[in-house]
Design a protein around this ligand. Structure first.
Ligand SMILES: Nc1nc2c(ncn2[C@@H]2O[C@H](COP(=O)(O)OP(=O)(O)O)[C@@H](O)[C@H]2O)c(=O)[nH]1
Ligand SMILES: *[C@@H]1O[C@H](CO)[C@@H](O)[C@H](O)[C@H]1NC(C)=O
Ligand SMILES: [Mg+2]
Length: 414
């Protein structure tokens, strides 16, 4: 009996030991993929394990069918957004970009939270910050802590933020004084003019931006009211889109009285840059004789940097810059980008992101269609949607592209 009892005890001890060894090995060296609920990915920092996301590197070719991207609630993977970990699938060669001053810090923090909470916490795209002065430590510390991707901080070279030598300073100063008296918004500001010229002709050539193919512009103090389930960059790339907007409207004529004359001069000098099947009818009601002042609001933009760096676009910018309207008037980057996109891109290359809800004072884009708003967990009031109101040009965009307006748009016209 005694011998049998010892053997029994030894067996139990061995079994416990063997179990412990197996347990420790499997727990400490697990390195494969997780079996994921609904295809979601657990938060890597809380699990303490490495996750094999099995996704192609940026720039590596991939087959879209290997990485299905849910676009509607009936597509598989839609609810992956409920998980905190990185979204599955490829990443594009893309970045967020913000031009800001150090004093914009807290307004910028608001914008970053909006973008991260609704989208980037799962995608972890980089964010490039540009400034005409060096960013201070406080700006870098807080923004780096808020962005889930890598952050980069760049100073703008002097020649991208100053008067070109051919500008007549006295004439420019008189214009500012005159615009001040006429109470034209930012009419007397020199820095605002440098900003508009920089956004028109230089941000995409900054050394930090040369590392990317696509950008998404974000300004301080903007809001995103709906979840963004899919990757807008990937949508752009796979559908060959070069420029995307969410809000459009009429420009103040006082700020651009001769912009169209300059544009017509460019068209005459460079007919080869004007593309067939373009969106001229978005910009003009008389076949190009006059500008109807419609433009995409450029404080939100998702676009192709290669397009902005193309000969066509650079020739257009340089032609405008020679004419001096950034300083003799107050040309904004929004009409400049929009006219370029309207004349030098094919209609199909411009995209309207109806499902990306957005606010920049004082206008809101809130998706039309209750089902869409509920699916996207939107917190915008549809009454605030600007798209179908009289001062928006989005209706015109739908018309020239032969697109059917979303159900319920008639109820939002005033
Ligand atoms: N670094 C820098 N950024 C500027 C300056 N002026 C404007 N910005 C940025 O340029 C963008 C547009 O300026 P904002 O004041 O929002 O103009 P608004 O949207 O037209 O009213 C924002 O991202 C600002 O942070 C400036 O003098 N220096
Ligand atoms: C991203 O695009 C830039 C600009 O074209 C290029 O220099 C860079 O090598 C690309 N990065 C990757 C990872 O493909
Ligand atoms: Mg702004």
């Amino acid at each position: 009996m005694a011998a049998g009892g010892t053997r029994y005890l030894r067996f139990i001890l061995f079994a416990v030991f063997a179990f412990l060894v197996v347990y420790l090995i499997t727990q400490s060296t697990y390195n494969g993929t997780y079996d994921l609920p609904n295809g979601g990915v657990p938060n890597p920092s809380s699990s303490g394990s490495k996750i094999n996301l099995n996704r192609p590197a940026v720039g590596e070719s991939y087959n879209p069918a290997d990485y299905p991207m849910p676009m509607t609630p009936s597509d598989e993977g839609w609810n992956d957004i409920l998980f905190n970990g990185p979204a599955p699938g490829p990443r594009m060669n893309a970045t967020f970009v913000t031009l800001a001053r150090n004093s914009d810090l807290w307004d910028m923090a608001n914008s970053i939270r909006e973008v991260e909470d609704r989208f980037n916490r799962r995608y972890n795209y980089d964010w490039v910050f540009l400034n005409d002065k060096p960013f201070d430590a406080a700006f870098k510390k807080l923004t780096t802590s808020l962005v889930s991707g890598k952050t980069y901080y760049g100073e703008i070279p002097k020649e991208h933020w100053s008067f070109p030598e051919w500008i007549d300073q006295d004439k420019a100063a008189k214009v500012r004084q005159d615009m001040k008296e006429r109470k034209i918004i930012y009419g007397d500001s020199v820095s605002y003019r440098h900003m508009c010229r920089f956004e028109s002709g230089f941000f995409f050539r900054h050394p930090l931006m040369l590392n990317y193919e696509y950008y998404w512009r974000v300004e301080p103090n903007v809001k995103f009211y709906c979840d963004i389930h899919y990757d807008p960059f990937r949508y752009m790339v796979e559908n060959k889109k070069k420029y995307a907007f969410v809000l459009s409207l009429y420009e103040y004529i006082e700020t651009i009285p001769t912009l169209w004359e300059s544009t017509k001069k460019f068209i005459k000098n460079h007919p080869e840059h004007i593309v067939e099947g373009n969106s001229l009818d978005f910009l003009s009601d008389d076949g190009g004789e006059t500008y109807n002042r419609c433009h995409f609001w450029s404080n939100f933009e998702v676009g192709s940097l290669s397009w902005l760096r193309s000969r066509q676009y650079l020739d257009y910018f340089e032609s405008l810059d020679q004419d001096g309207g950034f300083f003799y008037e107050r040309w904004g980057d929004a009409p400049v980008h929009s006219i370029a996109a309207g004349l030098m891109l094919k209609k199909e290359e411009i995209h309207f992101f109806n499902d990306i809800s957005y606010w920049h004072v004082p206008f809101t884009h809130c998706p039309t269609g209750e089902k869409l708003r509920l699916d996207l967990k939107c917190n915008c009031n549809p009454k605030d949607n600007f798209d179908w109101k009289g001062y928006s040009c989005t209706s015109r965009y739908y018309d020239i592209n032969g697109m059917e307006k979303p159900e319920g748009y008639e109820n939002q016209q005033d």
